[in-house]
Design a protein around this ligand. Structure first.
Ligand SMILES: Cc1cc2nc3c(=O)[nH]c(=O)nc-3n(C[C@H](O)[C@H](O)[C@H](O)COP(=O)(O)O)c2cc1C
Length: 227
């Protein structure tokens, strides 16, 4: 190689090495410990949360099999509780929707002639449901939620349980109410389901229930061997 070319080659190599080393410094700073640290921190936080709740969605799947939260709600209270249960149990939810929606007048419990009052006074009333749940046969655990209407489940729950086969399923009834307990509303539904499935004792939740309370409720049922 001629002296000039050799000189140029050496210069070029020097420039490249300097460039690479400065890039590599820059990359190290940019990849940045902060983003790694962030990830590590996130992992720690989620680990702590999981330890607090004692559950993760995948653990929940194992604990409750394939679960679904089925609920009916007119003014949102049961819907909120159902959503918390679905979140804690890591499962989907299905809302029972009335083909003919309930108006405020329909729900007036002070009026004996309101739609709700008349339905609740008629043991044969079966309000029609709009649509239907898909993949019913694939679920083995069903959380079944409803508001208490005149100490019972709304008649549309009768429509639902009579239209489904609960054989082989574990049913976990829950309700919301102004103050009443769940009473024997779940037993009545179980009878309408031809006593198919394993129905655990029902639970009443207040509108202020927290996900932490639901986690404890599920753990207690698990420990008792109910589910
Ligand atoms: C027609 C009707 C009857 C009700 N009867 C009772 C009852 O017997 N006892 C009670 O504590 N609350 C009763 N409530 C209050 C509801 O159970 C309570 O507001 C419930 O949380 C509503 O749920 P939702 O918002 O999911 O529809 C009644 C409400 C309605 C509309």
């Amino acid at each position: 190689m001629r002296p000039f070319r050799k000189f140029m080659s050496l210069m070029l190599a020097g420039v490249l090495i300097a460039g690479l080393s400065s890039c590599s410094n820059q990359v190290r700073t940019d990849i940045s410990v902060p983003s790694l640290t962030d990830n590590a921190t996130k992992k720690e936080i989620s680990k702590t949360e999981n330890e607090t709740t004692g559950t993760t969605p995948s653990e929940t799947d194992n604990r409750f099999g394939k679960a679904v939260v089925v609920y009916f709600s007119c003014t949102g209270t049961t819907r909120d509780v159902a959503s918390k249960i679905a979140s804690v149990a890591g499962c989907p939810s299905y809302e029972i929707v009335a083909a003919k929606p309930y108006t405020a007048d329909d729900l007036n419990y002070n009026n004996k002639k309101s739609r709700a009052a008349k339905e609740q006074n008629d043991a044969s009333a079966r309000p029609e449901i709009s649509g239907s749940i898909t993949d019913w046969s694939s679920y083995d655990t069903v959380f079944l939620g409803y508001p208490i209407w005149f100490a019972k489940s709304p008649r549309i729950l009768c429509t639902f349980v009579e239209s489904q086969d609960f054989t082989g399923k574990t049913v976990i009834p829950f309700c919301t109410s102004g103050s009443s307990g769940i009473g024997n509303s779940a037993e009545e539904l179980k009878a309408l389901a031809k006593n198919n499935g394993k129905w655990v004792n029902g639970t009443r939740f207040s509108s202020s229930v927290k996900e932490k309370d639901i986690t404890e409720w599920l753990s207690a049922m698990k420990e008792a061997g109910d589910i």
